[in-house]
Design a protein around this ligand. Structure first.
Ligand code: FE2
Ligand code: FE2
Length: 149
């Protein structure tokens, strides 16, 4: 089994996309704000899954002390992640700004479910920056270490 985004993380992204899709269909400013977020999110999620979340697919095997066949690929991916990370973090900043607008327009439209969506997405980005991105970086460093690079 190759390096794949863990199913739990993949379904988190799918749930966000489903929520955004519903918000995009809302009339007026609320729908517009949701569409702005979706535009940033589509490229962001692709980059994130490729560079940060796929390495996490090897985390359990590494924690069990196994030596997965994908270690060399992992080291390359970690180098790419270092290059991509500033952009991914900048996208989080743009997304957070847009989420605050989404939350206020949802509030004004009496749609608390989209206020909750905005809060959930802000937390999602914090978890990525606090835990998942650093874990992906560490996996790359650990892969280089056990390969003896
Ligand atoms: Fe994400
Ligand atoms: Fe993200």
């Amino acid at each position: 089994m190759g390096m794949q985004v863990p199913v739990s993380l993949k379904s988190g992204h799918e749930a966000i996309q489903a929520g955004l899709k519903r918000a995009m269909a809302e009339p007026g400013v609320l729908g517009e704000n949701a569409r702005t977020i979706a535009r940033i999110m589509s490229g962001h999620m692709l980059r994130e899954e490729k560079f940060a979340l796929r390495p996490l697919g090897l985390l359990k095997a590494l924690a069990r002390g196994e030596t997965p066949a994908e270690l060399a690929e992992m080291v390359k991916l970690a180098q790419a992640l270092r290059i991509e990370m500033p952009q991914m973090i900048d996208e989080h900043r743009q997304i957070a700004e847009a989420l605050h607008l989404l939350a206020s327009s949802a509030e004004a439209a009496g749609k608390p479910e989209y206020v909750a969506l905005a809060e959930e997405m802000l937390l999602h980005a914090h978890i990525e920056e606090d835990v998942l991105y650093p874990a992906a970086v560490l996996i790359g460093k650990y892969a280089a270490l056990i390969r003896g690079d």
